[in-house]
Design a protein around this ligand. Structure first.
Ligand SMILES: [Zn+2]
Length: 312
């Protein structure tokens, strides 16, 4: 599946070098580069039948991939479209991988069902069983796959954790560490009750107002180097993106006309904490950070398959 594509791509890159040397993305005139990322979803369950509880069904998984593509490509006519002048198509896409680590065609593309032997995965500062056991024992080669785990979180008092991500390494970007974690824990973890979209099928396990797939959009943003838009601090903390206005705190629900620093806040940004139905924006500066990560960071730069797409 990939090889003929690579040949075409090579031709396109060669022509890009001769025709348009100033375009650092290697875009051919009249085309743009799309970054397509192969995904595996490790569905962690406790022996439930497929489609029951934490052992979520294939349609729910596919609905989440569809949401990612709508959001990252700012697709017209979807929840991911917006008219914000700073809003951007990130040119990043995701697909469920056809082949498993042994090269065999997967029965369910991009899905690895794992009986984790427990009903809940405790979380908190150490998140230990997930980080020390689940991820290292189930991860697929992070230079070939973007690893996503879905679990049933538990053992936490207070606001429920929806998901979390491992940041990229060695991006050179401000606001990120050189080393953000080991190879064998790289990826994102999402509560199965927040993975997928209730607008795309009958998935009764999803919990509103986090039932439209934006938890995963947010965590993928972190995995590609984005910080929260409030910079995790007061008005003196930034997210290192000039086109996301400063904010002193996260927002919940669907606030409009909110100002905690000097400008109207972008509470519709995916990197806030607002309800799924109120988010629809990645900005141009956020896109620039994510593309830098995809071209620079270990376990990111090897992943994307580059595709040339004709301009509109
Ligand atoms: Zn976050």
């Amino acid at each position: 599946m990939k090889r003929p594509f690579a040949t075409i791509l090579l031709l396109l890159i060669l022509s890009a070098c001769s025709n348009d040397p100033e375009d650092f993305n290697g875009n051919v005139t009249g085309y743009r580069t799309i970054y397509r990322i192969p995904v595996v979803v490790h569905v962690v369950h406790n022996g439930e039948a497929i489609g029951t509880g934490a052992n979520i069904g294939y349609a729910q998984i596919q609905s989440q991939i569809d949401v990612l593509n709508e959001d990252f490509r700012r697709r017209t006519g979807t929840n991911g479209s917006n008219k914000n002048e700073d809003g951007a198509d990130t040119f990043i896409e995701f697909f469920l991988t056809i082949e498993g680590p042994d090269g065999a065609i997967l029965e369910e593309p991009g899905v690895d069902r794992v009986d984790g032997g427990r009903s809940e995965w405790p979380k908190g500062i150490l998140r230990n069983p997930i980080e020390t056991s689940l991820k290292p024992f189930t991860i697929w080669d992070p230079e070939k796959y973007f690893n996503i785990w879905t679990v049933n979180f538990g053992g936490f008092v207070g606001r429920d954790l929806l998901g979390y991500a491992q940041f990229p390494d060695e991006s050179g970007l401000p606001g990120l560490n050189v080393d953000s974690g080991p190879d064998n824990t790289d990826g994102i973890v999402i509560g199965y009750k927040y993975f997928g979209s209730s607008q795309k099928g009958n998935f009764p396990g999803l919990v509103a107002p986090y039932d439209l797939g934006r938890t995963t959009t947010h965590e993928v943003g972190h995995w590609l180097g984005l910080r929260h838009i409030w910079g995790d601090g007061d008005c003196t903390y930034d997210d290192y993106c000039l086109d996301t206005p400063l904010s002193a705190e996260p927002s919940f629900g669907c606030p409009v006309d909110k100002i905690t620093c000097t400008e109207l806040e972008m509470t519709e940004n995916y990197m806030d904490y607002t309800d799924d139905g109120c988010m629809n924006t990645f900005t141009k500066d956020q896109t620039e950070r994510m593309i830098t990560v995809l071209e620079t960071s270990p376990r990111r730069k090897e992943l994307a398959i580059l595709v040339q797409e004709p301009l509109d």
